[in-house]
Design a binder for this molecule. Structure first.
Ligand SMILES: Nc1ncnc2c1ncn2[C@@H]1O[C@H](COP(=O)(O)OP(=O)(O)OP(=O)(O)O)[C@@H](O)[C@H]1O
Length: 588
């Protein structure tokens, strides 16, 4: 997948950041799932459409030239003779242009905002899909808190960037030059003064802009790392309390908040500075034009026109245009920090799309629920896999699990049991060799389809704050309440939750159920889906007392009836209940 992000210092950052994509990740209680993310080239019509609001605002600004001309003419007429009919025409014209300008400006602003929000929605979808496309085995995946902060909070800076900064930049790059072209035939001197004063503004703004960009990036980075830190520590609150590390954590949090405050102030200082610089230069520019026109009309400065001196109407026209000439630049300055914040947000989002260990089939469409297939065989054919930092727990591992077979992977910690299960689940691509399930090689193309017939009961299954039923159903629309009740009964959870209904809630991380009950809840998740024909369970009886482990073992074996089961375990009692035990040896 490739996402078009603006280059950090590009002159023109197009709104087509995520234009024309069809990424629609489906969010359910299981978290973010990447749906097909095929890209289409942005079409010119779409680009025009995305700039429609900015164009309306541009036209509104240009209409001021007409108003200025009418005002100047009316005042010029009044200097010779004041007649109502002579004034009525210009007055009506000024009013009509004013109304049209107001309408265009309001429409333009609305359209810009709407387009910016739509672009942000598409961008968020693409970034969420990119994050979801990283393998769970990739330990360099972005920190959850930082992802949440970037997607939910920092990404919002894209809206003012697209809806305010970009239209302002378009106006600033067109309106002053049209006004210059209008003034030049009347007075080259006034046009020259304007032309000389104008570039000073962008030069100083560019100088300030570099600082602003750096300050905004530092600010967003600090915000992301503080959010990541906060989420991580909130999750580990019990451990922090148990180890008496509350004060240390609070101190770090306070230090982080102080740094964030300093970074925010730095951004604000630069924003105020850029506005002040711009006001100064535009005021100087207007003053210079006013001095020239004033002295020219008084006859002191006779040069600067094309042979014919300026009359009152012409002079007034230039004077009225002078502030409007600098106005687009002032508008641009007012939203200058939006550029810095927007580009920093783009950069933060782009970081999240960095390539890492891919999740095979992450961007494939969710397969249409198919009727249950027969239990598949699983073949590991000379498989090897190397984790980050070159850790390869096994090399050229081969194993055939027959259809409907029940196999225990036994071995010391670090021997690679979980890694093998993850490879069978297609959570990471094998480096050499192949995995075949039901005769189908597990590849990026087949992984999504094969996974739809698997149940993965991980070492630390995630439970979401919400009802038991939602935690079993996991957003699968084809699983109804009756199936959920049956699955809970199957995993003998109905006893554990007797007195509560399936709609009763679980706290974050499964708070409200014991460790053994949570494993059974994970088994219920698998049991509820009739398409599941391959069950992969990673240490389901770890940390359980003998009686609970026996209950979990029974539930697992019942689930495995007529299905293929592979279990990674240290539990000899569980291993003894299975057909085959495969002993893994740690590599030297
Ligand atoms: N995501 C990862 N990134 C880098 N290295 C990893 C990752 N997961 C596991 N490892 C390393 O790979 C090796 C095998 O780990 P694995 O979890 O597969 O072993 P295991 O046999 O399941 O161990 P245990 O019984 O303790 O769960 C270990 O040395 C581990 O440190």
């Amino acid at each position: 997948m490739s996402i078009q992000f603006p280059a950090p210092h590009s002159r023109f950052v197009d709104g087509s950041v995520a234009e024309g994509t069809s990424a629609r990740p489906r969010m359910d209680t299981a978290g973010a799932h990447a749906a097909p993310a095929r890209r289409r080239r942005p079409r010119p019509a779409q680009n025009l459409e995305s700039r429609g609001g900015a164009l309306l605002q541009l036209v509104a600004s240009l209409l001021f030239i007409g108003q200025a001309a009418l005002i100047a003419r009316a005042v010029g007429t009044m200097s010779s003779a004041i007649t109502v009919p002579a004034l009525l025409g210009p007055a009506a014209g000024i009013l009509a242009l004013g109304v049209v300008r107001a309408i265009l400006e309001a429409l333009g602003a609305r359209l810009c905002h709407r387009q910016a929000r739509a672009a942000l929605g598409r961008l968020r979808s693409e970034v969420a899909a990119a994050v979801a496309a990283r393998s769970p085995l990739d330990r360099n995946r972005p920190v959850a808190g930082a992802v949440a902060s970037a997607l939910a909070e920092q990404a919002e800076a894209v809206v003012p960037y697209l809806s305010r900064f970009k239209p302002a930049r378009l106006r600033a790059s067109v309106v002053p030059f049209v006004m210059l072209a209008v003034v030049l035939p009347l007075s080259w001197a006034a046009a020259l003064v304007m032309l000389v004063a104008l570039p000073l503004i962008p030069v100083f703004m560019a100088l300030i802009g570099w600082r602003a960009q750096a300050a905004s990036e530092a600010h967003l980075k600090e915000m992301g790392s503080m959010n990541g830190f906060l989420l991580d520590r909130l999750r580990g609150l019990a451990t922090i309390r148990a180890l008496g590390a509350v004060d240390t954590t609070a101190l770090r949090l306070r230090a982080s908040a102080e740094t964030l405050k300093d970074r925010t102030m730095a951004v604000l200082r630069i924003a105020f500075l850029s506005s002040a610089v711009l006001e100064l230069f535009s005021a100087l520019g207007v003053a210079m034009v006013a001095v020239y026109v004033g002295f020219h009309l008084l006859g002191t400065l006779e040069f600067g026109t094309w042979g014919v001196p300026l009359n009152l109407s012409d002079g007034l026209f230039i004077l009225i245009l002078a502030p409007a000439f600098f106005e687009p630049m002032r508008d641009l300055s007012a939203v200058w920090h939006d550029r810095a914040a927007g580009e920093a947000a783009f950069a933060a989002l782009k970081l999240l799309t960095a390539n890492g260990l891919p999740l095979p089939g992450a961007n494939m469409a969710h397969p249409v629920p198919a009727a249950a297939a027969p239990a598949p065989d699983v073949v590991f054919d000379t498989v090897s896999f190397t984790h980050a930092e070159g850790r390869a727990p096994f090399a050229a591992f081969s194993l055939t699990v027959p259809a409907g077979g029940r196999v225990a992977l036994l071995g010391p910690s670090g021997a690679g049991k979980s890694t093998l299960l993850a490879l069978a689940a297609g959570l990471a691509p094998v480096h050499t060799g192949s995995v075949r399930i039901g005769g189908l090689p597990l590849t990026a193309e087949t992984a999504a389809e094969l996974r739809s017939g698997m149940a993965w009961i991980g070492q630390r299954p995630h439970f979401f704050a919400g009802s038991l039923a939602a935690n079993v159903q996991m957003g699968r629309p084809d699983i109804g309440p009756e199936a959920v009740e049956e699955a809970l009964a199957f995993a003998t959870l109905d006893r554990a939750v007797r007195g509560r209904s399936a709609d009763d809630g679980l706290g974050e991380g499964g708070a409200g159920l014991s460790g053994g009950e949570l494993v059974r809840l994970a088994i219920a998740r698998a049991a509820v889906d009739p398409r599941v024909q391959l069950v992969l369970a990673d240490e389901p009886t770890a940390h359980l007392d003998a009686a609970t482990a026996a209950e979990v073992t029974e539930a697992l074996l019942t689930l495995a009836t007529g299905r293929t089961l592979i279990v990674a375990t240290h539990d000899p009692v569980l291993a003894a209940r299975l057909d085959t035990v495969v002993q893994l040896e740690p590599r030297p």
